[in-house]
Design a protein around this ligand. Sequence first.
Ligand code: BDR
Ligand code: CA
Length: 321
Amino acid sequence: MTNKSKQKIIIDTDPGIDDAMAIHMAFADPRLDVVGLTTIFGNVNVDEATRNALYLAEQAHYKLDVARGAEVPLVQVPNTPSYHVHGDDGFGDLPAQSPKQAPHALDAADYIIQTCRAHSGEISLCPVGPLTNIAIALQRDPDLVNHVKSVVIMGGAGFVPGNVSDYAEANIWNDPHAADIVFAAEWEVVMIGLDVTTQVMITPPEYKSIADASGPIGKFIYDISAFYTRFYATIYHDDVCVLHDPCAVIALTDPHLFEYRKMPVHVICDGPAIGQTVPDASLPRHAAKIAIGVDVDAVKAHYLDLSKMADDKTADRQKAV
Ligand code: BDR
Ligand code: CA
């Protein structure tokens, strides 16, 4: 596949264990051209997210831009990063790494605007963290909606309870005002939320199969999964990892693996339900596509197959230099 026929995406991310899994999977997918990673606070702070994103790109010898994003939410006081879910440095038990590359000169919002305008109609945005960078980009350039191909987010809970409160999913809860701006914009948001991601669980033997089938990246994925599994064991009383962020990337490449309901969404920005994503057919807003069903076996197989290819694809890129 030539770079021209690949689908161009920018992943906006707070790596983060499942972010790292999504990014390595995207790097391995021959149908994708990951143009850039833009970073955001959430699982870790934005400097840690930027360092981790640069490291993931270096690990995979993937040439792309990494643009540092917002440090804090638009309005609310920042929540504490989710170190208890993703580890002190974002990659579980693994220590922080020091990448050699520096971030892009533009901040994430300007990078998104400039890159989407330069490739008008060709780039899909795949935010898998709080939506602050995307909201800032929309505030700076409302016409951005006409230059982006599609927006597929990991975030929200349409018809199921939240994961940080009874109402809210973590990415939306970390910046509800930003999320509401993104849902209010004149574009179609595909919402890959807890309704579907919590159905897709990977077990330790399945992660081990990635490590056994491949080299250092496969081993890295297996290693970082251990911390995440320990966290989810406290919730599900079983050894499983919930595959949140990879689901959003898969929804972008393979939308037919999900079932959707089209409805406008607004986000609660204060009170006990802060961060709740509320589907409301009566809202005078562009309808979002809310994923409500998923072909669990197909999504898992897709994730595992691509992750097992991560090291081979990296070797191919090294040879090509
Ligand atoms: C989301 O929150 C973060 O912990 C994960 O990376 C994912 O993007 C799940 O609620
Ligand atoms: Ca994330």
